[in-house]
Design a protein around this ligand. Structure first.
Ligand SMILES: Cc1ncc(COP(=O)(O)O)c(C=O)c1O
Length: 360
């Protein structure tokens, strides 16, 4: 056997939400509601599919390594200069590159727990030490404890806002407080994968801070509300010198031509984005009403998923044709789906819950 890096033994590989294909292969059940990966339940818009088809005819060439058309469209959409953007094959690709650029032996990275599992994986890949800070009892980032966790050797601090897997958010003032208190040598990554779904009046994007400060970057993705998870495209906003330094660890041509074309096209339909968010709001409220009726504890969500106590294991939901994501200590994470998918989830919940009969 080759001599692999032994420190990588600490890594538990990323486990994606169970796929419909995997359940179909194992149990022979094909008709499933997949509510396990916080994806957008709607198919891409026809104009986006058309843009992909057009781009597809040119894939004998490498894609634009500087993503010019997508960069211009994103810069205009956000109102930021083009050189303050950095694109990747999903925001996961950017998070990995950031971890590699900031890590290495003798460094540490601070993040909340539970939060997006990639932070831990990337910290280990980078040979850095993870410093995990528990969420509060309400499953919210604890801003003071995050600040206090920063050590002399800390180079990176992640804030997942809103947070995966809990759906909770940190008000803008708390994010600013963290950024103000942490030394400039620490890069702060504010991961806003779910920001479109966050309607709380005291939530706001940290982009203005990323434009202003060398040690702040904000990551966004086209995988959620834009519904392009299968294409893998995301971006970071930050100061040009910071982004140039981080980009050194990224492989060339990180975003395919098809993904670039689709993402640029998708930005043209902000009214439809709003309609998707409104759908999510309605359906999330319906699921929450059911949790309240059944007396099931849940975390206050500002996302397209809900973290809740579960009357059954994730595997028991599969028996009812619904895939949810296992969580911790009897909690699971359920993505808000289409109405019919949510109906199926509620039927499964009712069937698994001892008070299910009382639930109308
Ligand atoms: C908080 C958070 N950040 C980043 C990502 C990665 O998204 P992608 O790599 O698809 O852009 C996810 C995916 O679920 C996420 O939950």
């Amino acid at each position: 056997m080759p001599r692999f890096r032994s420190d990588l033994d600490r890594i538990t590989p990323y486990k994606p939400g169970t796929s419909i294909e995997a359940v179909a292969a194992e149990l022979g059940v094909g008709d499933l509601a997949k509510l396990a990966s916080n994806e957008c339940p709607f198919a891409p818009w026809p104009e986006v599919i058309e843009a992909m088809a057009v781009a597809g005819s040119g894939v004998n060439r490498y894609p634009d390594n500087d993503q010019r058309a997508l960069r211009a469209a994103t810069a205009e959409h956000l109102g930021v200069p083009e050189d303050h953007l950095w694109f990747g094959g999903g925001s996961s690709d950017l998070l990995r590159s950031i971890g590699l650029a900031m890590g290495g032996p003798g460094t540490s990275a601070v993040y909340a727990s539970p939060s997006f599992v990639l932070y831990r994986i990337v910290t280990h890949i980078a040979g850095s030490e993870p410093l995990e800070v528990p969420l509060t009892k309400a499953w919210v980032h604890d801003p003071w404890r995050l600040v206090q966790a920063v050590r002399e050797d800390t180079t990176l601090l992640y804030v997942c806002n809103p947070n995966n897997p809990t759906g909770t958010y940190l008000p803008a003032d708390d994010v600013r407080m963290i950024i103000d208190r942490v030394p400039d040598r620490v890069l702060i990554v504010v991961d806003e994968a779910y920001l479109h779904y966050a309607g709380a009046t005291d939530f706001s994007s940290a982009i203005p801070l990323a434009l202003e400060r060398d040690n702040v970057v904000v990551t966004h993705t086209f995988s959620k509300v834009y519904g392009l998870a299968g294409l893998r495209v995301g971006y970071a906003v930050g100061r040009p010198a910071t982004l140039r330094a981080l980009r050194k660890t990224q492989a060339p041509f990180p975003v395919t031509a098809i993904a670039q074309a689709a993402a640029a096209e998708a930005l043209n339909y902000q009214d439809r984005v709003s309609a998707r968010v409104a759908h999510n709001d309605r359906e999330r409220a319906r699921l929450i009403r059911a949790f309240e009726q059944l007396g099931i504890e849940f975390a206050a969500s500002q996302t397209n998923f809900i973290f809740h106590r579960s009357p059954g294991q994730a595997s028991e939901f599969i028996a009812h044709g619904v895939i949810v994501r296992p969580g911790v200590d009897g909690w699971v994470r359920t993505t808000v789906g289409l109405e019919g998918e949510n109906d199926r989830f509620l039927d499964a919940l009712q069937a698994l819950h001892p008070n299910g009969r009382d639930f109308a």
